[in-house]
Design a protein around this ligand. Structure first.
Ligand SMILES: Cc1cc2nc3c(=O)[nH]c(=O)nc-3n(C[C@H](O)[C@H](O)[C@H](O)COP(=O)(O)OP(=O)(O)OC[C@H]3O[C@@H](n4cnc5c(N)ncnc54)[C@H](O)[C@@H]3O)c2cc1C
Length: 385
């Protein structure tokens, strides 16, 4: 597709997304979020719009969008309701693992089903005793003929109650040294022995299902091993992290931008001492910082997404975007609450939701502590003395 046609396609998609978010999502967010209700009807509409196949190649029935366009979609959805972006984000990380590393048979079978949302879900990496240190996972898959038998527990797995499939990280050789050589990634569809043990209660990110999963002698056909070769699981997961980080960065941007919009509006309406609070310098200082954070986040997200689309190395760029934009989301949510005074603390306004949603983005896809360590290591590697 030439650049002009790609720009037109992007604009059409973003326009129809905006209409959908304004008319069918925004009016429902408060109820769904406060009552922690899964947005079933909205998800069906998202399937019709092709959002489950955003970055899946057209030959497999997806929209084949660039990462740059995808990041704009994620930011816009998050501006309206962050939970909704989570429904496609981890699903597409699973899909992209198959797209990049799957066998041809796996691509032919799974990608069209992922693109329509017929099969949908997320990624099962984290365990009760292993998050950042993924090589410490203990879920084991033991080969028995043409199946593997899986035993173990995963926790914090998003999309696992209402979804039906996850990319499951396991140890196929728990004694391997280095540890990652014993790690493998499977496409696990729900079946006997794959149990959703409980839905976890969360501070924010409500309406979307995040659960603990227990695998008890869960039998998975050997041909679900992504790429068909054992020992590549961690590499396959890590190679998807840049895309994952760009998408979390886009969520940070969406939150930062939504908080700024609310604060900008409110500060012109609320009056104290005879004038709108936006005319008080203390409020102006906050608005000035908030707006700058939004613009800087947007530029970092765009630059990381562009590098990714052009096939350039972007581990440091994605890390910077993720770190900066998610901290911007958190700080803008806090500042917006201050600008709203007592009303920011009220459940009548959307600010309290943003304030509860924002911290998660500093944790997911590699905590922001880890991001700064990655950035520093890259800095040294790229600039030898
Ligand atoms: C709402 C929600 C949804 C989630 N969804 C998913 C999902 O769909 N799939 C999935 O697999 N996981 C999911 N997660 C899990 C998430 O990815 C982990 O929580 C995250 O990776 C951090 O792991 P942890 O919680 O075990 O923290 P830990 O790894 O125990 O870290 C604790 C603290 O130590 C710091 N730390 C750890 N190691 C280092 C180090 N080497 N140097 C410096 N600091 C360090 C961390 O930055 C953090 O501050 C979700 C989590 C939440 C809260």
């Amino acid at each position: 597709m030439d650049l002009h046609a790609a720009d037109e396609q992007e604009q059409m998609i973003l326009d129809s997304l905006d209409r959908f978010l304004e008319t069918e999502v925004r009016p429902q967010v408060r109820k769904l979020e406060h009552e922690d209700i899964y947005p079933t009807e909205i998800v069906e509409k998202m399937k019709e719009m092709g959002l489950f196949g955003c970055i899946i190649a057209p030959e497999y029935g997806g929209l084949g969008l660039s990462t740059s366009t995808y990041a704009k979609i994620v930011a816009r959805i998050t501006e309206t309701w962050m939970s909704l972006s989570g429904i496609i984000n981890s699903h597409l990380i699973m899909a992209s693992a198959v797209q990049r590393h799957g066998t041809q048979a796996q691509k032919d079978y799974y990608l069209p089903k992922f693109a329509t949302g017929e099969l949908r879900g997320g990624v099962g990496l984290t365990e009760p005793d292993a998050g950042t240190d993924l090589q410490a996972i203990r879920t084991v898959a033991v080969r028995e003929g043409d199946h593997y038998v899986v035993n173990g527990t995963k926790t914090w797995i998003t999309n696992s109650m209402y979804g039906n499939t996850i990319a499951l990280l396991v140890k196929t050789d728990p004694n391997a040294q280095p540890r990652h050589k014993g790690m493998s990634l499977f496409i696990a569809e729900k079946g006997e022995g794959f149990k959703v043990a409980r839905k976890l209660e969360k501070l924010g990110y409500r309406g979307i299902d995040t659960c603990e999963l227990v695998f008890e002698n869960y039998r998975i056909p050997a041909d679900r091993l992504i790429g068909g070769v054992e020992g590549l699981g961690l590499k396959q997961v890590l190679s998807g992290l840049e895309l994952g980080r760009i998408n979390v960065a886009a969520r940070g941007l969406g939150l930062a931008s939504a908080a700024l919009k609310e604060a900008t509006q409110y500060s012109q309406i609320r009056k104290t001492f005879g004038k709108p609070i936006c005319e008080h310098q203390a409020i102006q200082l906050m608005l000035g910082e908030m707006a700058t954070r939004v613009e800087a986040s947007r530029l970092l997200v765009e630059s990381a997404a562009r590098a990714f689309d052009e096939g350039r190395r972007c581990d440091m760029e994605a890390g910077m975007a993720k770190y900066f934009a998610t901290e911007a989301g958190l700080r803008n949510a806090t500042d917006a609450m201050r600008i709203h005074g007592g009303y920011g603390y009220s459940k009548e306004y959307p600010i309290e939701r943003m304030y509860r949603d924002a911290p998660l983005m500093t944790i997911g896809e590699g905590t922001n502590e880890l991001q700064r360590i990655i950035i520093a290591k890259q800095l040294i590697e790229r600039n030898p003395a």
